[in-house]
Design a protein around this ligand. Structure first.
Ligand code: PMV
Length: 313
């Protein structure tokens, strides 16, 4: 059977500013093309069905992890003046779920793109952002919007909630090693516990957020001027600040330590934390291969290389 609509979306990596972005501070995120989600739409003669990581069968019977996607499909079908009938939505993904690589935003983006493609309706950036935000609100409760914006733009972004974003002109001769701890990161919980910490201890948390802001602004300059050593130092300091806000965990600590003791110029968690992925900065692909082997031998379930020279600006 041939599909009649398709949508693709990549993952993303937060380089700086996770958590502080929720408080209006800037963040820097990069599209991550090595992981992708592809959604295909097929014609059927039944109510809407879906095949995905979480569920294969009627959309109506989808589990709670898919509530956002279910609602998104229904809202988009209404917008496209289509009945809740006659399509199968096939989601294929190599973006590991809940690892801070943007799987929830990516799946929403790919779903919206595939449905507009299937019914041959033009999809503007504004419409895409509008629909994706609906699903993200359900997944995350008041997300900063950083993930969705990075993935839809496909560019390295300097992003500030409610203020907008600008594209960073990256000039970086360095490589990131991305390592998956294999543990699902609990972004929603981490975000709400940081909020509680902030409410209970503003005297401690506000200076942390301020320093993260400063570091993120500095990193924008480092990225534009190939200041690799300084970028590494800023990443490591950001990690220490995130750790102070209790969003690291044992395995992330182990990976950061191992990376720093074995030649990385900097290392930090990426995304919501408490599991998920770590990123380490190294000088070149040879160093990346060595570090990635070491991390895999010490429990990383997957690793990727991200050559910062490859980013389109
Ligand atoms: O875990 P992820 O990849 O969804 O990233 C969450 C980033 C936070 O700053 C912690 C939350 C947000 O909404 O930006």
């Amino acid at each position: 059977m041939n599909n009649f609509g398709q949508g693709i979306a990549t993952g993303k990596i937060i380089l700086m500013g996770e958590h502080s972005v929720v408080y209006g501070k800037p963040a820097i995120a990069l599209p991550f093309n090595q992981v992708q989600i592809s959604v295909k739409i097929y014609k059927t003669d039944r109510p809407i069905t879906i095949s995905s990581y979480y569920h294969n069968g009627l959309l109506d019977e989808a589990p709670k992890e898919l509530f956002g996607i279910k609602q998104l499909i229904q809202i988009v079908m209404v917008y496209l003046k289509q009945p809740f009938f006659g399509i199968h939505v096939d989601i294929e993904s190599n973006v590991p779920v809940q690892r801070g690589l943007g799987s929830s935003a990516a799946v929403s983006i790919a779903v919206v793109r595939s449905l507009f493609d299937a019914f041959d309706v033009e999809l503007t950036q504004e419409k895409l952002n509008y629909f994706v935000d609906i699903a993200e609100q359900i997944h995350h409760e008041n997300p900063s919007g950083l993930d969705a914006m990075t993935i839809t733009s496909g560019k390295a972004l300097f992003f500030q909630k409610d203020l907008g974003q600008s594209v960073i002109s990256l000039k970086m001769d360095a490589v990131l090693v991305v390592a998956d701890t294999g543990k699902k990161g609990l972004t929603k919980e981490a975000v709400s516990e940081v909020r509680k910490l902030w409410q209970d201890n503003p005297t401690v948390v506000n200076p942390i957020l301020d320093r993260l802001e400063e570091l993120t602004k500095n990193v924008k300059n480092f990225l534009e001027n190939n200041e690799v050593i300084r970028l590494g130092l800023a990443m490591t300091e950001a990690h220490q600040l995130l750790k102070l806000m209790n969003v690291s965990d044992e395995k992330l600590e182990k990976f950061v330590d191992l990376s720093l003791k074995n030649g990385a110029l900097g290392a930090k968690l990426t995304g919501g934390g408490r599991g998920g992925c770590m990123i380490a900065l190294v000088k070149n692909i040879d160093d990346a291969i060595k570090l990635s082997d070491l991390l895999r031998n010490n429990g990383a379930v997957s690793t990727w290389f991200y050559d910062l020279k490859e980013i389109i600006t």
